[in-house]
Design a protein around this ligand. Structure first.
Ligand SMILES: [Zn+2]
Ligand SMILES: [Zn+2]
Ligand SMILES: [Zn+2]
Length: 320
């Protein structure tokens, strides 16, 4: 066959490659044929590349001659087909490769019109109903609607706890709550919500007389009486004492108020902080342990917290 040099009429990887017809060796044709491809011509500057067409889907592709002879050839379009079908079944479509260059990921447009980045394999699971897919925008507007129904506005998902979000109450107070609880309206405002109600947490101060190292621990718990032995794993022969407990209506309130106290102590009085290596395994925590000299200040901090957030009327529930 006489040689004809031309440009391939369809784009391959974004360009129209040069194509030389004729002069194709039989072994190349045979190798391509066995792998499901037809050789359309020679390409590349030194004609070291073959322009192939996929017999299954018609997609053109370029492969070096030695690859066609010695390696497996995959048609991208055929490989992607099951994922595209899965996407279509849920009303989505594949719109591009991964901008971050991960070959397992694609960008998909969902039925709502928003786009998500998702692994190819995940799309199969979505189609089988094994996992959910939704876009951040739609999920957040759903959270916003759920919150609105109970007098809250959704601000953002919690940066620290999965399944939680930060909401703002009608009164202006911001509060972190479990998204599922908000959905069903189980979320009392720590400021203007019902003043009576179950105590769900509280801030405690413990004295722990480790041999040669008496310390105090400031923390929060909904069952502080159990906490000394059960959670902190303090040996039974070590003398311990609950110096103070201030019940609070929500875990969030207890945790955030306790945190402000730690922040104050750590920045203003680092000399009171007992480092982990000094108490080691004697107390099963990493931090929140102070020298007894810190006690008057801790009491003062707790007085301030108690003034801002008086204890709820009911008795703490230490049953679980
Ligand atoms: Zn194909
Ligand atoms: Zn959406
Ligand atoms: Zn409120």
């Amino acid at each position: 066959m006489p040689k004809t040099t031309m440009t391939y009429p369809f784009k391959i990887k974004g360009t129209y490659p040069p194509l030389t017809l004729g002069d194709i060796q039989d072994n190349c044709r045979e190798a391509a044929d066995q792998k499901g491809f037809v050789v359309l011509g020679l390409g590349g500057e030194k004609r070291q590349t073959l322009v192939l067409g996929c017999r299954t889907c018609g997609e053109p592709l370029l492969r070096r001659t030695n690859v066609v002879l010695g390696n497996r050839i995959e048609c991208r379009s055929c490989v992607q087909k099951p994922y595209k079908i899965a996407a279509e079944r849920i009303g989505a479509r594949m719109i591009s490769n991964d901008p971050e260059g991960d070959r397992h990921y694609r960008i998909w447009q969902l039925s709502c019109g928003h786009t998500v980045r998702l692994q190819l394999g995940q799309m199969l699971k979505v189609e089988q109903g094994l996992v959910d897919v939704d876009c951040v925008q739609c999920r957040h507007s759903r959270y916003a609607n759920e919150a609105e129904a109970h007098g809250w506005s959704f601000l953002e998902t919690s940066p620290s706890q999965q399944g939680y979000a930060i909401y703002r109450h009608e009164c202006g107070v911001e509060h972190e709550a479990h998204i599922g609880n908000m959905r069903v309206g189980q979320c009392a405002c720590p400021e203007c919500g019902p003043k009576k109600g179950p105590v769900s947490s509280g801030i405690y101060v413990f004295r722990i007389d480790l041999p040669g190292l008496p310390v105090v621990k400031l923390g929060h718990s909904h069952r502080h009486l159990d906490r000394l032995r059960r959670d902190l794993k303090i040996e039974p022969d070590v003398h311990t004492e609950v110096l103070r407990y201030h019940p609070m209506r929500t875990k969030y309130l207890a945790r955030t108020q306790e945190q402000t106290a730690h922040d104050f102590l750590k920045t203003r009085h680092p000399e009171w902080v007992v480092p982990k290596h000094l108490f080691g395994d004697a107390i099963a925590v990493k931090s929140e342990i102070y020298r007894p000299e810190a006690l008057p200040t801790i009491h003062r901090l707790l007085d301030d917290i108690a003034e801002r957030h008086p204890a709820p009327a009911t008795i703490p529930d230490n049953s679980d």
